[in-house]
Design a protein around this ligand. Structure first.
Ligand SMILES: O=C1CCCN[C@@H]1CCCn1cnc2ccccc2c1=O
Length: 492
């Protein structure tokens, strides 16, 4: 077994690729670029998330559905004004066998246009509201940009929830309820801290009314990353697709319903790998570790007598039984012909939270106490992983009130909180002003690598401090009034 050949700090992108390959999570689908095979180690994690989220939304009254994966140009036509931005990503089927299709069909990149003609048919009375459906599926977006396992793929697994409500207020409550579930998936299951907030006009879903988001942070390169989004669509889609109910307050009058749509994808797995992994390989929070404890018998040399060996084996089985009955997912590694050291190394690569896979710290636990001490240790590992990642995010999320300090802050792997006017044009300008082209390096003799500009990530619901009256937008070419701190950063 050769481990990871580069260090996370030295070559982050190669480190990441090796980890997901050597931990047997992903295989590149070399037949067609931009596609990845998700292997059992990945599907175990995705299924833990799916089980948890399904239980939570079922409790909210959301039902499961499954719509066809193709959509017609006709229904796409209905949402043409915001789809134009996405049009280059649409994959089309134009032939069946050797015959051209009369009307080409598109592979769903998301399912609004597939579902909403039927929402118009099914939702007639306010008694049908709130109307809530969710589906688990894969979607295709023919990305032009470089793809990366989990973070950016041409096909990915996700869930997409689509709901309808009588009022803006009821819709708004659900938007935040779902966003909090997304935050809990990150924080409680994946041990990944996220900032909750609202997208700016530039970054929101163009077809919607507003977008709320959970934003992550990748310490290795200081980039922000969108974690999952919960949109209020307003009445935009119910007007496009004529989804109305009779106004309960006024007979004969019809009102367009207020809709939400919300999605979380397998991207979450990539974020977790990037944050917790180390130079030995994958580090999994115990909540999503298929194997939480591996028992490796040691000290069995040739000189050991048969009866000692038998006693050893019996004791191992006792320990395993005790752990299993304490709810600890336990395996044993009795592979012949491999040394314990080899086995430790092998499992560290594939990750089991064995005797602190996260800190490397070794400890001993009296056999009589494994039933209580091991579950406690697993909880400690889960918390420590989160605490460590939270400290890193908090340390690298800095308030910047002087424009001249922005680039330095970004280069120090920070995301920044700046007073921002929230004008779309101003945001474009900020992105441009912070993109350093190679020829603008301060000292020409040292060619500065071009670096990407900063994008807005979200308007955090939790503001770092009150905004002093009359504070100006940080963009030196702007000077409009700023009412909130907005989180900006280089990002995925
Ligand atoms: O995020 C979500 C959550 C789940 C349901 N859909 C919303 C919004 C999807 C936005 N979007 C994203 N890529 C697209 C790509 C091609 C065509 C359309 C789209 C598109 O509408």
């Amino acid at each position: 077994i050769i481990g990871i050949t580069v260090s996370k700090a030295d070559n982050f992108s190669q480190w990441y690729q090796e980890v997901v390959l050597k931990a047997e999570m992903i295989e590149y689908y070399t037949e067609i670029s931009g596609f990845f095979i998700m292997r059992p180690a990945t599907m175990y994690i995705w299924n833990v998330i799916r089980k948890w989220f399904t239980a939570e939304i079922e409790a909210m009254g959301v039902d499961e559905t499954n719509f066809p994966m193709f959509l017609s140009a006709k229904s796409l036509e209905k949402e043409k004004d915001h789809v134009e931005g996405f049009a280059p990503e649409l994959a089309w089927v134009t032939k069946a066998g050797d015959k051209n299709l009369e009307v080409p069909v598109a592979v769903r990149p998301t399912s609004e246009a597939v579902m909403y003609p039927y929402y118009a048919k099914w939702i007639r009375s306010h008694r049908d509201l709130p109307f809530r459906l969710n589906q688990w599926n894969s979607v295709v977006r023919w990305e032009a940009k470089q793809t990366t396992p989990f973070l950016r793929a041409r096909e990915f697994l996700w869930q997409e929830g689509h709901t309808a409500h009588l009022t803006e207020k009821l819709a708004g409550e659900e938007v935040l309820q779902i966003l909090e579930l997304y935050a809990r998936i990150y924080e409680e299951i994946l041990a990944v801290p996220v900032v909750r907030g609202k997208k700016t006009e530039n970054e929101k879903f163009a077809g919607g009314y507003y977008t709320t988001t959970v934003e992550g942070y990748i310490p290795s390169n200081g980039r922000g990353i969108q974690g999952a989004t919960s949109h209020c669509l307003g009445q935009n889609f119910s007007k496009m697709f004529d989804i109305t109910v009779e106004d309960p307050a006024e007979k004969g009058k019809h009102i367009n319903v207020w809709q939400n749509s919300w999605g979380l994808s397998t991207r979450v797995i990539g974020v977790m790998v990037m944050i917790h992994g180390d130079d030995k390989g994958l580090v999994l929070p115990p909540r999503i570790a298929k194997i939480q404890v591996i028992i490796v018998p040691v000290g069995i040399t040739k000189s050991v007598t048969e009866e000692v060996k038998a006693a050893h084996g019996a004791q191992l089985q006792d320990i395993k039984k005790t752990l299993l009955s304490a709810g600890v997912r336990t395996e044993e590694d009795q592979r012949e012909g491999y040394t314990p050291a080899w086995k430790f190394n092998d499992w560290e690569l594939k990750v089991v939270s064995y005797a602190r896979r996260d800190t490397g710290e070794k400890g001993t636990i009296p056999i009589a106490e494994v039933g209580t001490k091991v579950p406690e240790l697993l909880e400690t590992i889960q918390k420590d992983l989160y605490t460590k990642a939270k400290a890193s995010f908090d340390e690298h999320r800095v308030v910047v009130k002087e424009w001249e300090k922005v680039i330095t802050a970004l280069d120090a792997k920070n995301v920044v909180l700046i007073p921002f006017c929230q004008e779309p044009k101003c945001e474009d300008k900020i992105k441009d002003l912070t993109t350093t082209k190679h020829d603008e390096s301060p000292d020409a003799s040292v060619p500065q690598a071009p670096s990407m500009g900063m994008k807005s990530l979200c308007i955090p619901f939790e503001q770092p401090e009150p905004m002093a009256e009359g504070t100006k937008c940080l963009n030196p070419e702007c000077q409009a009034t700023a009412h909130s701190y907005v989180m900006f950063g280089r990002s995925y």
